[in-house]
Design a binder for this molecule. Structure first.
Ligand code: ADP
Ligand code: MG
Length: 621
């Protein structure tokens, strides 16, 4: 299948456009490329600076945005305006993150729905996709500055356990940052590529079983991969999404507090001293990766830490990661002895004790020659180079030239199979009905990169009928896309409560010339920004309309249980939401949704309690 490079500015085709590899990390992000002369992967950096860009965004009161090192300094001084760990929110609903609310110092709104989370800064609302796009924009800007050439194409890495929604969100973030995301690849796969595993010219590495141990700033992942004839397969993943280098820093701070005779709570009352201690702890930790004693003095208080002390402190934490490795092997059905490669990823794996522990557990030396905080980005750059067609020795699988998806409420394109997915492939997602008693569902299949289906190409259309009457939202319709090795797409729709079933076959590429595919890609890049703005607006409107509908229904049933004042406030809030929906400002719509929710939440809970009370009194014991 042809790969096409398009110059965004001129629309002309070009052969040797640069494609970068991006590691979009929870703590740090960076960009790498294949050096045009040495043909080796390198991480991009300005003179005398680090290649790592902290994944932190600071919004100041004037509406300016800072990303990276400068933003990091605001973490303690302006916690409510400084966003970190946005990656943890990608593709998540409030339900998913509510148990970790205290981890985030900024406001995550609870809109009582299972839609995706939003972050609120005064009257601005940001989706995790928008936040990640700000980091990607900064990376793009830096790369362009260093390379002195436009950067429009990228391969971005994600954790192996990311689901379809999280991958799609990452893709959208790239698009919003003005990047054409050629492929999303797994972080452990990228790390393996960087170590030369999976290169076709490396005969000995045709069949491998690889363990990738990744301990970053806030998360721990272990992945077991199998490589077979150039194809990486994830056999299992395990880990802890709240365990990383930050916890080690915290342990060191507590250790020092103990020695001085104060509690960490006492220390945390002095924000700036707390910050100083935390930074000193990180410095000490890093220093001890190559030394045996760390000594410093802060405010006349000596702070000392030996390598032995550090090891005792972190032993339980590392023990936990080893437990995860055990579980991961078990899930993969793999014996320790079958592992052919162990790869160390993430800044925290620089700690010698960690390397030893992992090596002791697997009973094999670990691969640690490549800089552990760059290795993922370097692998992404290798993948980018393969996609650019520069690396002929590496196997490139057949891929879908354009995304495939279906139409959802508001005329939005919901992508099931993103473009450049290797085939054969399958993807499925669950949908439900919009109105009560809906007995049929029209399923329209589209091909293309634009966010509104009207701008894409319609491939097929069919009806799933005879759905038994149920309230809106209750039917569960599974839609499955299956593309076989010949590129033939079969779409299946099945309502799982009733078993109603419908299937059709389409040829996605049929009738499209290379030139048409090029044109569709070009359009998607030129319109990426408008598309995403329109998509966010359409989603906000749909959410608003749904809330109006449910509120109306609730009022019809429960008018008698509400006070005059509540009814009046609700009517006003509904009217302003209705008004906001007719305007072009998604922030305004979200604000009005939030207001209406805040008004209705207390009485909705009250009515619910009463209903339960009634049900109880009716029952005889
Ligand atoms: P992520 O993948 O979560 O974005 P990174 O791989 O960039 O994170 O790892 C960041 C973590 O690595 C931080 O906690 C940092 O303190 C830690 N780290 C970096 N260098 C060292 C070192 N020399 N010794 C110990 N820890 C280190
Ligand atoms: Mg990482």
């Amino acid at each position: 299948m042809a790969k096409i490079a398009i110059n965004i500015a001129t629309g002309s085709l070009q052969k040797d456009e640069i494609i970068v590899g991006i590691d979009l990390g929870t703590t740090n992000s960076l960009v790498a490329i294949i050096h045009p002369e040495t043909k080796m992967p390198v991480a991009l950096k300005e003179h005398n600076t680090s290649s790592l860009v902290p994944s932190v965004i600071y919004f100041d009161e004037q509406g300016n945005i800072e990303v990276g090192e400068n933003a990091k300094s605001h973490l303690e001084s302006h916690p409510e305006r400084t966003i970190f760990s946005a990656k943890r929110l990608m593709g998540k609903s409030y339900e998913d993150v509510k148990n970790n609310q205290s981890f985030f110092s900024y406001k995550i709104i609870n809109d009582n729905t299972d839609s995706l989370v939003k972050v609120q800064l005064e009257n601005q609302f940001y989706s995790p996709v928008e936040l990640s796009s700000l980091i990607l924009k900064e990376l793009k800007k830096r790369a362009e500055h260093i390379l002195k050439t436009p950067v429009n194409k990228a391969v971005i890495t994600v954790p192996a356990y990311f689901n379809d929604t999280q991958r799609q969100a990452t893709r959208d973030a790239g698009k919003l940052a003005g990047l054409d995301v050629l492929r999303i690849i797994n972080e452990p796969t990228a790390a393996s590529l960087a170590y030369g595993i999976g290169h076709n010219n490396n005969q000995s590495s045709k069949h491998e079983i690889i363990a990738v141990y990744d301990l970053g700033g806030g998360t721990f992942d272990i992945s077991i991969l199998r490589l077979n004839d150039g194809i990486f397969e994830v056999l299992s993943t395990n880990g802890d999404t709240y365990l990383g280098g930050d916890d080690i820093d915290q342990l060191i701070v507590s250790h020092w507090c103990n020695k001085i005779g104060i509690t960490t709570e006492q220390l945390s009352k002095d924000k700036s001293l707390n910050q100083t201690y935390r930074l000193k702890a990180e410095t000490a930790k890093k220093y001890l990766s190559n030394a045996s004693v760390f000594e410093d003095i802060v405010n006349n208080v000596p702070l000392v830490l030996t390598k032995d002390e550090l090891e005792i402190l972190i032993a339980p934490l590392i023990g936990k990661t080893i437990k995860c490795c055990e579980l991961s092997l078990k899930d993969a059905g793999i014996k320790k002895t079958e592992i052919t490669n162990i790869i160390m990823v993430g800044g925290s794996t620089r700690i010698p004790y960690i390397k030893h522990s992992v090596s002791d557990f697997f009973e094999k030396p670990v691969n640690d020659k490549i800089n552990p905080d760059e290795v993922v980005a370097l692998g992404a750059a290798i993948q980018a180079d393969i996609l650019a067609g520069n690396n002929k020795e590496l196997l490139l699988l057949d891929v879908t030239p354009l995304s495939l998806g279906i139409e959802t409420v508001g005329g939005l394109m919901d992508v099931l199979v993103p473009r450049n997915s290797k085939i054969p492939t399958t993807a499925s997602r669950q949908y439900t009905t919009q109105v009560d008693g809906q007995s049929s569902m029209r399923i329209a299949v589209f091909q293309g990169e634009r966010d509104m289906v009207k701008d894409n190409r319609k491939l097929a259309n069919f009806n799933l009928s005879n759905i038994p009457a149920m309230p809106a939202g209750l039917p569960k319709v599974d839609i499955q896309f299956l593309i076989n090795a010949d590129g033939i797409l079969t779409v299946t729709a099945k309502e799982s409560r009733s078993g109603v079933f419908q299937q059709i076959e389409v040829k996605p590429q049929y009738g499209l010339t290379d030139a048409e595919v090029e044109q569709m890609l070009l359009d998607s890049i030129t319109h990426a920004k408008d598309d995403i703005v329109l998509r966010a607006l359409t989603e906000a409107r749909t959410e608003g309309e749904q809330l109006l509908k449910t509120t109306e229904k609730f009022l019809e049933k429960n008018t008698a249980s509400l006070t005059q004042e509540e009814l009046l406030h609700t009517a006003n809030a509904m009217q302003s939401l209705q008004m906001a929906i007719t305007m072009e400002d998604k922030n305004l719509i979200h604000q009005k949704i939030e207001e209406l929710n805040n008004i209705s939440r207390p009485y909705a809970e009250r009515v619910m309690d009463q209903a339960i009370g009634k049900a109880m009194t009716g029952k005889k014991i």
